[in-house]
Design a protein around this ligand. Structure first.
Ligand SMILES: N[C@@H](CCC(=O)N[C@@H](CS)C(=O)NCC(=O)O)C(=O)O
Length: 259
């Protein structure tokens, strides 16, 4: 299968060695006639070709250790080059007029890709998959539905009690801390984690055999649990699932960014 690159459509290509993060940009023109493979169709060459339309490169705002982390993971899974921009929360840069133009909520992450600006980490991840690696959406209607189902579940059911407890434990000074809020919210977690554990009894990933954005979005929330003193060891299927996921090279690259 051949596809000639058209300089009128593509401004430049990015050639990325699979094993290193270094990226070489090649301007189309003289070179374009020599490049005739589709992205990721020539793994034997050891290179991945990213076709960048309109000279755009993703910029992701936020630290990999924040809610932006799941987006860095998705970018690594998609194998797409990106630029990371720190937002100085201590100096309230996230509430500055400039940043509010990017995310009117004044939060990270936010993403700019060419003329597209998005916020909400899980939505950003679906955009990354849809634009750069469609299989991460799921490969059929059921997988796609399950991927979205578990993302919605993670953000609307699992994350709120974790965050409530997290805020009390981490941000509220000890003398002002309300332990009843921590207890009430942590008590909600076993029922939720049991639902997740049960669904993973006969599945490798949340959508079945296909790893999707739903796994990234859900695992990134579940991974906060141990920080709250929740022992995931009681949930053997969740542990197996997290173990499988943690072997993914993209996950390991994302983890390295967090150090
Ligand atoms: N639902 C949002 C949550 C984003 C969020 O709460 N980000 C935190 C950092 S982890 C933030 O920017 N907080 C600043 C604030 O709330 O003022 C998402 O998933 O993108």
């Amino acid at each position: 299968m051949r596809e000639e690159l058209q300089p009128s459509i593509l401004d430049h290509i990015v050639i990325q060695d699979k094993n290193v993060s270094e990226v070489t940009e090649v301007t189309l023109g003289a070179h374009c006639a020599k490049v005739s493979c589709r992205p990721a169709l020539r793994p034997e060459l050891g290179i991945v070709l990213h076709l960048i339309k309109g000279n755009k490169m993703i910029t992701l705002y936020g630290s990999p250790r924040s809610s932006a982390g799941r987006c860095f993971w998705a970018l690594e899974e998609a194998g797409v080059p990106y630029t990371q921009k720190d937002v100085d929360m201590r100096n309230k840069e996230h509430k500055s007029p400039e940043f509010l133009k990017i995310n009117p909520m004044g939060k990270v992450p936010a993403m700019i890709d060419g003329d597209i600006t998005l916020f909400e980490s899980m939505a950003i991840n679906y955009y990354i998959a849809d634009t750069y690696k469609k299989e991460l959406l799921g490969t059929n209607a059921l997988e796609k539905g399950l991927s979205i189902q578990w993302s919605f579940w993670a953000i609307s059911e699992l994350q709120p009690p974790i965050i409530e407890a997290f805020i009390q434990k981490v941000f509220v000074p000890e003398d002002k801390r309300d332990n009843s809020v921590i207890e009430k919210n942590l008590n909600k977690l076993p029922a939720l984690l049991t639902v997740l554990n049960n669904t993973l009894a006969d599945k490798k990933y949340l959508a079945g055999n296909q790893f999707t954005i739903g796994d990234i979005n859900t695992a990134s929330v579940v991974s906060i649990c141990p920080m709250m003193g929740v022992d995931l060891g009681e949930y053997s299927n969740i542990k197996t699932w997290l173990g499988t996921i943690s072997e993914r090279p993209a996950f390991q690259k994302y983890q390295a960014l967090c150090k």
